[in-house]
Design a protein around this ligand. Structure first.
Ligand code: IPM
Ligand code: MG
Length: 362
């Protein structure tokens, strides 16, 4: 049966990197018989410009109807002065919550070809393979009360609330334990249980869930220490599970261990493994329209889609291999240039190179 994929390019470099991911999907369709049908829609700033809303009803309906969603990036200075309730980022957050995508998987893997692109010493990052499991529909991102209030004395006060129910913690803990079961059987749960009651509960519930996974070794770490440990000795980690906000911060940090945020894909899954797939980087408005953005994180997000939602791990591996191959061939976008003697190419050329390798593998 043909699967529908919602294609949401968004803003900034979004349309450019999405075009390359679409080339890859088209190649899988035409050369490998992957039964997919792509439908494009507006999200973020592009949607605000066209409709006044960051997540138009049509786009949400398509995302709900589709078997999977591929999103590039949203946001930019053009929309920063808008009220926070209708900024481009709300389009993304709306998709996450409306689709119930509570489990965000963010792998940080160091490609041997890119070791010299990392700012850390090669021996610190060589062979690194971490999976960050970030809770995605709770926490301070969605918690109430929120907003800015004016007090009786006229002073304004900003409020955001970190909120987690036991059910929310339990279901993300299960996802993390299951992931760890398939990997090196080690799970580190990151919280701030020394200060925040919400994460004291988090720690308690994660510990309880661990009883169902006797083979997985669980440890707990405060988020400040986790940030330090990620830079000091990142190879101690296998799977990390954490809250929405801590996961947002730690996954950006982890991306730089791998050389560039332009390399990291992600999957956001619901309880049935329906997913939205996106690079973890943003819309990089400063380099938009220049054909310099790295399309590989979006292409690798297609690989995650093949693996988790389309159940085609054979093709997922093929796409990942193709990415390795172009890097081995010495091709680099600007962000992963490193110190070596490489051929620096543009967004389109990088996408074309991946497609060429894929065709040769047919
Ligand atoms: C991410 C991004 C988003 C987030 C922004 C764009 C709302 O930083 O996916 O990590 O904070 O979750
Ligand atoms: Mg982020």
């Amino acid at each position: 049966m043909t699967k529908t994929i919602a294609v949401l390019p968004g803003d900034g470099i979004g349309p450019e990197i999405m075009a390359e991911a679409v080339k890859v999907l088209d190649t899988l369709r035409t050369s490998f018989g992957l039964p997919v049908h792509l439908e494009e829609a507006l999200v973020g700033g592009a949607a605000i410009d066209a409709t006044g809303q960051p997540l138009p009803a049509d786009t949400l309906a398509l995302a709900k109807r589709a078997d999977a969603v591929l999103l590039a990036a949203v946001g930019g200075p053009k929309w920063e002065s808008l009220d926070i309730s209708i900024r481009p980022e709300k389009g993304l957050l709306g998709l996450r919550s409306e689709l119930g995508l509570f489990a965000n998987l963010r792998p940080a893997t160091v490609y041997p070809e890119l070791i010299d692109a990392s700012t850390l010493k090669p021996e610190v990052v060589e062979g690194l393979d971490i999976l960050i499991v970030r809770e995605l529909t709770g926490d301070i991102y969605f918690g109430h009360p929120r907003g800015v209030r004016t007090l009786e004395n006229g002073e304004r006060m900003g409020i955001n609330s970190m909120v987690y129910s036991e059910t929310e913690i339990k279901r993300i803990a299960h996802v993390a334990f299951q992931a760890a079961s398939q990997r090196q059987q080690r799970l580190c749960s990151v919280d701030k249980a020394n200060v925040l009651e919400t994460t004291e509960l988090w720690r308690e519930v994660v510990t309880k869930v661990s009883k169902d996974y006797p083979k997985v070794t669980l440890n707990h770490m405060y988020v400040d220490n986790a940030a330090m440990q990620l830079v000091r000795y990142p190879k101690q980690f296998d799977v990390m599970v954490t809250t929405n906000l801590f996961g947002d911060i730690l996954s950006d940090l982890a991306s730089m261990l791998t050389g560039s945020i332009g390399m990291l894909p992600s999957a956001s899954l619901d309880a049935q493994n329906k997913g939205m797939y996106e690079p973890i980087h943003g819309s990089a408005p400063d380099i938009a329209g220049q054909n310099v953005a790295n399309p590989l994180a979006t292409i690798l997000s297609v690989a995650m889609m093949l693996r988790y939602t389309l159940q085609r791990s054979d093709l997922a591996t093929l796409v990942e291999e193709a990415v390795h191959q172009v890097l081995r061939d010495g091709l680099r976008t600007k962000d992963i240039q490193g110190k070596g003697n490489y051929t620096v190419v543009g967004t389109r050329e990088m996408g074309d190179a991946v497609v060429k390798v894929l065709r040769e593998k047919r």
